[in-house]
Design a protein around this ligand. Structure first.
Ligand SMILES: [Zn+2]
Length: 185
């Protein structure tokens, strides 16, 4: 079943890109010299593009990509306890697995990928705004629980073409603040 990006999400995507929240990725910012663990959706239509994109991001730091993968339906949306996808201990199990990565593999850098359109997010009635909120909340919880890790959030979009963007935290918070400070008419 082919999903299409909703008009609402396309509009938000364009606005966030213009505001600078969604940025073209600069691989240098992340220390991926020891590799990276990736939390992503299983979606077989999109996962090859995400894996190829992220493998290429590591080119400048490594001869061979080293991707340690966690994949399940809408998985990066399971980390926040208030997420509708965080059911049946999915979030807790993922936290436990993430905590094992530095010990088992010596990898301390993680990438959390959400994507749109995502069937799991759509079924849970999460729009793009909610998806970004939840992945950012998930990142904050990982850093609280495992302070030695470096975590970055990414958005993969398929709106005819496929692209991945870095979600910039301070501009995201600035954008959110502006929404809530709009005068009520
Ligand atoms: Zn998905």
């Amino acid at each position: 079943m082919a999903l299409h990006l909703s008009q609402e999400d396309q509009q938000l995507f364009e606005e966030l890109k213009k505001f600078g929240v969604l940025q073209h990725v600069d691989g240098h910012r992340l220390d991926q010299s020891q590799g990276v663990f990736i939390v992503m959706c299983s979606d077989g239509d999109q996962s090859p593009d995400i894996i190829t994109f992220h493998s290429n991001l590591m080119n400048q730091q490594r001869d061979v990509p080293r991707l340690h993968l966690f994949a399940d339906h809408g998985l990066a949306l399971c980390l926040a306890p208030d997420s509708p996808l965080s059911r049946n201990y999915r979030g807790q199990n993922l936290f436990e697995s993430i905590g094992d990565v530095p010990t088992l593999k010596g990898i301390k850098t993680g990438a959390l990928y959400i994507h749109a359109p995502c069937a799991a997010a759509t079924r849970a009635e999460l729009n793009l705004l909610e998806q970004i909120r939840l992945v950012k909340a998930g990142k904050a919880l990982i850093l609280k629980q495992f302070p030695g890790l470096q975590i970055a959030c990414f958005l993969h979009i398929d709106n005819g073409g496929k692209h991945s963007y870095f979600i910039e935290g301070s501009l995201w918070r600035e954008w959110l603040k502006r929404q809530s400070s709009l005068p009520v008419l």
